[in-house]
Design a protein around this ligand. Structure first.
Ligand SMILES: [Fe+2]
Length: 398
């Protein structure tokens, strides 16, 4: 029997023409007890639609781990390595992640103090806030009026040594109610987006690529990103841009010599565009905060060189230029019309294609607004595939 897929309800701000394939609610099925055949349909649906929502789900951490692992049976450890972020106090991820002792691949995230939860006597959770990460912040006065920002647009990935997880599962155990907030971009565009309290916002990497003009598609299809070693430690002293889409270039990154031990061979160099395993379409998948260098291949022979960036290829090592180049390509896709902000209800289970979307935490809670989520993703057994030779030839025809 085919699984039941219904479009997600989109906010009024969304350009529905860009969401025709994006997001589905999966109905009348228990994601904790899928048959082999049902799972294969869910997997196909995830790659085709990027975000799947199951409502009113009861799911143990063991079931969540099993569901996540089914997407990549050879994957074993949490996306950042089991307990690695917990023991590395210098990482910017350190305060955000607490492991469920019984199932260390499942993290407890949220806000407020939680008692006696899945083997944890007491856990103090803190919803990440732009006020500790961005270079600038909204004023206290605006904050009390419900103005907020995107925290950090990202892919769930260690970006060093380990491969980016295929899927992330997010399960809402306790979801506080509260007024919606206004997410402000504060980048001079006047862009802002009305969002539910504590939303997780998603954008499609496929849309990010499709929105680009031809010359930037040509650049993207030929480019790879070299990430910094231990990028979350490297970027910890730095500040993010007001859109949460990358880091301001102020020279604050930790010098490479002051990072925990690292090896050149474990550094991640990944294509800018990742090929969707079900649709074969290209998704623009770059974690802008961790990017350190760009490697650009030359145009294929016979391609028109006019108007092309780096027709003979290039190696961009200037951090400001790397960031500006990526920002120019990624910023269009986080405009309000292309953002899906999920409005969480308790017992929602969201699966997202971590190799097909970017996402971010949004908003701010008060201390007494308790939010409890279980999150799981697994460092993948392989790296994502990049564009084929045919893709390069196709997208370099300017
Ligand atoms: Fe995430």
């Amino acid at each position: 029997m085919a699984i039941d897929l219904c479009p997600l309800s989109l906010p009024a701000t969304a350009d529905s023409s860009k969401f025709s394939d994006f997001g589905r609610e999966v109905k009348n099925i228990d994601p904790g007890a899928l048959s082999r055949q049902e799972f294969e349909q869910v997997k196909e649906a995830l790659y085709r639609h990027d975000v799947l929502l199951f409502r009113n789900v009861l799911l143990t951490p063991e079931q969540q781990y099993a569901l996540t692992k089914a997407f990549d049976p050879d994957a074993e450890s949490y996306g950042h390595g089991n307990n690695k972020t917990g023991t590395n106090a210098k990482s910017i991820l350190h305060p955000d992640l607490k492991t469920i002792p019984r199932v260390p691949q499942v993290q407890l995230i949220g806000n407020g103090t939680v008692y006696d939860h899945e083997g944890l006597a007491e856990a103090r959770l803190k919803h990440p806030s732009h006020t500790t990460f961005h270079k600038t912040r909204v004023s206290h006065e605006d904050e009390t009026r419900g103005v907020t920002r995107f925290y950090r647009w990202h892919i769930d990935a260690a970006l060093y040594d380990l491969s980016p997880p295929r899927v992330t599962t997010l399960y809402g155990v306790t979801v506080p109610s509260g007024n919606s907030q206004t997410c402000r971009y504060d980048d001079g565009t006047g862009d802002e987006l009305l969002v539910p309290l504590g939303t997780t916002a998603f954008v499609s990497g496929k849309t990010m690529f499709e929105l680009l003009p031809a010359e930037l598609k040509s650049l993207a299809v030929r480019s790879r990103v070299k990430y910094a070693p231990h990028p979350y430690v490297w970027m910890a002293p730095a500040h993010a841009m007001s859109t949460g889409l990358g880091i301001e270039t102020e020279g604050l990154e930790l010098p490479l010599g002051e990072l925990p031990p690292w090896e050149e061979s474990r550094i991640k160099i990944m294509p800018v565009l990742w090929k969707n395993p079900a649709t074969e379409q290209l998704h623009f998948q770059v974690h802008p905060c961790g990017a350190a260098e760009l490697l650009v291949d030359p145009l294929p022979s016979g391609a028109n060189r006019e108007g092309a960036s780096y027709p003979d290829g290039g190696h961009i090592t200037d951090l400001k230029e790397v960031r500006e180049t990526l920002y120019k390509m990624q910023r269009p896709a986080i405009a309000p019309a292309f953002v899906y902000p999920h409005d969480w209800s308790e017992k929602d289970l969201v699966l997202f294609h971590n190799r097909g979307v970017l996402h971010t935490v949004v908003g701010a809670f008060t201390q007494d607004q308790v939010r409890v989520f279980h999150q799981c993703n697994l460092a993948a057994s392989d790296d994502p595939a990049g564009p084929s030779m045919e893709d390069v030839e196709k997208w370099c025809q300017i």
